[in-house]
Write a protein of this length. Structure first.
Lengths: 338, 275
């Protein structure tokens, strides 16, 4: 046994890490496999060790995440505007901010816009991501490498860079998109201002979000597909199933956990997307592309209604929490061993 | 079953079209950065530039405060990643190697913290930092970024620690190490690739963060994300310099991404324990 352990040691990656006394201990004779029974003091210590190790993480989470959440909740029950901010006074107004929001048409418009925006994006991401993942599985080695390279490059692009580049691609004067559409025969697109209208701004944001999110879905689906044996598809084809039926009746049931969890992740990510929406056009024109996170930001910082902004963000968090509880139900079901 | 020529061809054609779709924005960013001004504003865009210039890069690098922002970005990112590695190594060791009451609850908390809606917590974070008189300072930014990457770091490290064979640790104990020595001398060196991979993910998250620095830091405390999004406002329609700035900002991220792809599979401990 000792010899076996010694063999292990010498194969270690870093010989310097081997304690110098190890060899002597081993040659000294058989050593009991475990350490001698520890005195009661040590045992008590080991009982508390895990909690001691968790302490920094717990403290950081409580201080840097828990406290902001609680503080946000408190602010949402206050009237907090520049006056109160400068005077350092606390002015409670109960559910005032919430009733204001829940009875205002602007809030409901923004909420509806957020939902529609999220739905459109997630459907596009999941559909295109799935198709591209299936395509990756079908391609030859070289073409697969090429497409994966493109996907990884798009994936690696930071969101702030993505927005800057898309602003340039869709620039009114010298943007390559307007030029391309113009030369393809759509002459009214010459000098078109994409960021002057609600729908066209959303089109650019959606294209950008979908472009940046597909790689995650496609590459993960491809990774999942490699675990599915080819015989299953063979069998489906023998039974006369077409591509459509093979997907829905063979592949989808096998990879259902993947599809469910990925869809929920994408819903959550798109719903709370701030950088892409705000950095592209600041929610403009005239606030017509504000989604809930951007709306909370603009109300809070732009219009200096911090209480109102906090209430909007709490309402957003409630929606996100509902989505997340579904997500956790899905992933906890597949993961028995945590 | 042999497919017809068309049947074999169309997936490849689609793959090439898709490749172009995904790469084009990256390609356009880099080529614009190198193009002379005349080519950028020409009415017919130059799709394949033949001669390049470094003028835009020099304008971006010589922009006011650029090196301050570079320093800020690196300070905040590296600080956040190192802090979260230290904090996470402790707790992920407990989760991976020990049984205790509340373990599942802790893991659930980590999973939830991973999905924390930072984008809508900006108001309270701003007020907390303002109350502590720490606006425009790098410390709160570092701490909050640390918190942003901490759940992921714990989650991933837990996997890496669990993958280090327990027998190695026991062997060290047999050889006379204390538990602490066993961890530091045997487990930590084996964990190096895991720590590396995890920290790179954290690095990307912190490097790209935008919402918090937008509200917390102005006047010298900005990081490169803010600089980049405001570059266009500061430089008008100087797209060449803006794209040069974007390219510079992306470079470290892409390097890290490619590095990670390469190191994805590490079989360091594969042969360490005899069956």
């Amino acid at each position: 046994m000792a010899a076996q352990y010694r063999g292990t040691k010498t194969r270690g990656p870093d010989p310097a890490a081997t304690p110098p006394q190890a060899a002597t201990v081993l040659t000294a004779g058989p050593t009991p496999p475990s350490r001698p029974v520890s005195p009661s003091g040590t045992r008590r210590r080991t009982r508390f060790t895990p909690y001691l190790l968790l302490l920094p993480t717990l403290a950081a989470t409580a201080l840097l995440l828990g406290y902001p959440l609680v503080r946000n909740l408190l602010i949402s029950f206050q009237t907090l505007e520049p006056f109160q901010l400068i005077q350092h006074t606390t002015e409670w107004n109960g559910f005032g901010n919430y009733t204001d929001q829940l009875t205002s048409s602007e809030f409901w418009h923004t909420a509806g816009r957020s939902v529609a925006f999220t739905a459109a994006n997630v459907v596009l991401i999941m559909a295109a991501g799935t198709l591209i993942g299936l395509l990756l599985n079908r391609l030859g080695k070289r073409m697969r490498l090429l497409l994966s390279l493109g996907l990884v490059l798009a994936w690696a692009m930071p969101q702030v860079v993505g927005t800057t580049v898309y602003q340039w691609l869709f620039d009114t004067q010298n943007g390559v998109v307007n030029w391309g559409l113009d030369s393809l025969g759509w002459h009214s697109m010459h000098g078109y201002n994409w960021f002057g209208h609600q729908l066209s701004t959303f089109a650019v944001i959606t294209l950008m979000v979908v472009w940046g999110s597909i790689p995650f879905v496609a590459l993960n689906l491809f990774a999942g597909l490699t675990t599915v044996s080819a015989e299953i598809f063979e069998a489906a084809r023998m039974d006369g199933a077409g591509a459509w039926r093979t997907f829905w009746q063979v592949l989808f049931p096998i990879l259902k956990p993947f599809f469910l969890s990925t869809t929920f992740l994408e819903i959550i990510w798109v719903f709370k997307a701030f950088t892409q929406v705000y950095a592209l056009n600041a929610g403009g024109p005239e606030g017509l592309t504000e989604t809930l996170p951007v709306y909370a930001y603009v109300e809070g910082f732009g219009n200096q209604h911090f209480g109102t902004g906090a209430a909007i963000s709490m309402l957003t968090i409630v929606i996100l929490a509902a989505l997340m509880s579904y997500y956790f139900r899905v992933i906890l079901k597949e993961e028995d061993e945590l | 079953m042999r497919r017809s020529l068309a049947g074999r061809l169309w997936p490849n054609i689609i793959a090439v079209v898709l490749f172009a779709f995904f790469v084009f924005p990256v390609y356009w960013m880099v080529t614009t950065a190198f193009k002379p001004d005349l080519d950028i504003v020409s009415s017919t865009p130059v799709l394949f530039p033949l001669h390049g210039t470094l003028g835009h890069f020099s304008r971006a690098v010589h922009a006011a405060g650029f090196w301050t922002f570079v320093r800020n970005s690196f300070t905040v990112t590296i600080g956040a990643v190192l802090l979260s590695l230290i904090v996470a190594t402790l707790s992920s060791f407990a989760v991976a190697r020990m049984r205790f009451k509340g373990r599942k609850a802790f893991i659930l908390m980590i999973m939830m913290a991973q999905m924390a809606p930072w984008e809508v917590l900006t108001i309270s974070v701003y007020l907390i930092v303002r109350d502590s008189d720490a606006l425009n300072s790098l410390l709160p930014l570092t701490l909050f970024y640390m918190m942003m990457v901490l759940p992921f770091t714990v989650w991933t490290l837990r996997g890496f620690i669990a993958a280090v064979p327990k027998e190695l640790e026991e062997a060290a104990l047999v050889d006379g190490c204390t538990r602490f020595q066993a961890v530091v001398r045997v487990v930590l060196p084996l964990l190096a690739p895991g720590l590396m991979a995890t920290s790179l993910f954290g690095y990307i998250t912190a490097w790209n963060e935008y919402a918090l620095v937008l509200i917390l830091n102005k006047e010298g405390g900005e990081t490169l994300t803010l600089w980049l999004t405001q570059f266009q406002t500061n430089f008008g329609d100087d797209w060449g310099a803006t794209m040069a700035a974007a390219t510079l900002f992306t470079l470290p991220v892409v390097v890290v991404f490619l590095f990670m792809q390469r190191r994805a599979g590490t079989g360091m401990t594969a042969g360490a324990v005899k069956g």
